[in-house]
Design a protein around this ligand. Structure first.
Ligand SMILES: Cc1cc2nc3c(=O)[nH]c(=O)nc-3n(C[C@H](O)[C@H](O)[C@H](O)COP(=O)(O)OP(=O)(O)OC[C@H]3O[C@@H](n4cnc5c(N)ncnc54)[C@H](O)[C@@H]3O)c2cc1C
Length: 422
């Protein structure tokens, strides 16, 4: 089989599937992506609602992600950089915390007794230096523990945990307990320190849309089963069978387990997101606002960083409430009453644009998670797994898993081609 004639079906047009398809397509392989949904992006999609641009759940892009750099690169996707600090909201007012080299207000509030003591500031320096100076790969190796245990070894005070670490990293891992693996924590911190956080112009959905450019993607193609026989792989859609030389399964982990019988990491982290249309100027803050978790974990006036997400004269506020147990109406009411403590009666003028519960935003990543990740090899000949399940539950994990599966297929095809002299 020559590499030019190799045909590959990729199941799933999330970031993992699109990354795999992108690499294979760019290497000259014939690739078709089969996606069950009505658009590309999987968990990373954006919608227009009443003239506002709303992502499906609040998430940001770390431009330092190595796979993002390889696949899209500098200038490949217009980005709006987000402020590097966070604003801690509490009864007495707001304190700014963040990188003192990038954020003037964070420099001013450097020794802010409301969040960090003077000793904590020294500890932050030590934490940042240890994460920044270590070789990147080493951050994901070595003995594992919870992020909380790791931070406690630096000696941070209780206020630093309650007012900064829990809400800030709780918003990233969708878990305020800081029970996430310290390896994962260190990796994210390094990404933040190296490249900050950004949103693509056009919303998070612009990232998968960019990856999908020029690819053959078939939407509303729900794959029911896969079988392999005689060097070909057969994929069964509703009432139709398609064959290919190779198949990449790039679905969410639960569906990959159903299709392939492979073991995948268990447990889901989810959240409920409330989006408001508000009058412009209620709050000029563009930094993420950190709450006490009752019920607001964090909130962001997205239009203060990116005017393009709201119609003229209006502002877009996104609020994150961790967990998915509560009824959406109950969450919305509780969020409105917490916002009243911040903004008073102005909240009466806020219109709710959407309330969305996302039960599986990420899988749980407790200490030891790396030993539980799935292999890209599936046991079915010619079938590879590309999913966050193989590399970690994140944009980087999904993109890297796609790159990895594509590289394995290309290498395999080259080896076979050389053996046959084609
Ligand atoms: C609200 C939220 C916040 C997040 N925050 C962050 C963050 O701050 N930083 C970060 O790095 N990551 C974050 N993540 C995680 C990150 O977005 C995901 O890890 C990543 O997008 C997963 O990509 P994936 O391609 O592996 O899976 P998915 O996005 O789930 O894609 C799988 C695709 O397969 C399709 N599919 C499933 N079954 C079939 C079938 N039988 N046939 C055909 N198609 C099928 C699905 O429709 C879907 O399009 C967040 C996610 C969410 C939702």
């Amino acid at each position: 089989m020559s590499q030019e004639r190799l045909s590959v079906l990729v199941i799933g047009a999330g970031l993992a599937g699109l990354a795999a398809a992108r690499v294979l397509h760019d290497a000259g392989t014939e690739v078709r992506v089969l996606e069950a949904g009505d658009g590309v992006g999987g968990r990373v999609r954006s919608d227009r609602v009443d003239g506002f641009l709303i992502d499906r759940g609040f998430q940001v892009l770390f431009p330092a992600y190595p796979s993002y750099r390889r696949l899209i690169g500098r200038g490949g996707l217009p980005l709006v950089m987000l402020p590097s600090g966070a604003a801690v909201r509490q009864a007495g007012g707001t304190s700014v915390v963040g990188d003192p080299f990038r954020d003037r207000d964070a420099r001013r509030d450097l020794i802010n007794r409301d969040v960090f003591s003077a000793a904590d500031v020294m500890r932050l320096g030590a934490l940042a230096a240890s994460v920044r100076l270590a070789p990147l790969a080493s951050l994901l190796t070595g003995p594992d523990e919870t992020a909380e245990a790791y931070l406690r070894r630096f000696g941070f005070g209780e206020r630093a945990f309650e007012r900064f670490f829990r809400p800030f990293f709780g918003g990233i891992f969708l878990d305020r307990s800081l029970g996430t693996s310290a390896r994962v924590f260190r990796y994210y911190l390094r990404m933040l320190i190296e490249g900050g956080a950004a949103r693509p112009v056009g919303g998070m959905g612009a990232l998968p849309a960019r990856l999908a450019q020029g690819l053959d993607v078939m939407l509303q193609a729900n794959v029911r089963s896969i079988s392999a026989d005689g060097g070909r792989v057969t994929v069964n859609l509703d009432g139709e069978a398609v064959t290919a030389d190779r198949v990449v399964v790039a679905t969410d982990p639960a569906e990959a387990q159903r299709l392939l019988g492979v073991g995948v990491p268990k447990g889901s982290k989810g959240a409920t997101y409330v989006w408001f249309d508000a009058p412009e100027g209620v709050d000029q803050e563009a930094r993420i606002l950190l709450g006490d978790g009752k019920p607001i974990n964090d909130a962001t006036w997205i239009s203060n960083a990116d005017k393009g997400v709201a119609p003229a004269g209006r502002a877009l506020l996104s609020v994150t409430v961790l967990g998915t147990e509560r009824d959406e109406g109950e969450v919305e009411t509780a969020v409105r009453s917490a916002l009243e403590a911040w903004y008073g009666e102005q909240v009466n003028a806020f219109k709710t644009l959407a309330v969305r519960t996302i039960p599986h935003a990420q899988f749980a990543q407790p200490p030891g998670i790396h030993g539980l990740l799935a292999s890209p090899q599936t046991g079915l000949p010619g079938v590879w797994l590309a999913s966050e399940a193989t590399r970690g539950s994140s944009i980087q994990g999904a993109l890297a898993s796609g790159e990895q599966a594509a590289a394995a297929i290309l290498q395999d095809a080259n080896v076979l081609g050389r053996a046959r002299g084609t």
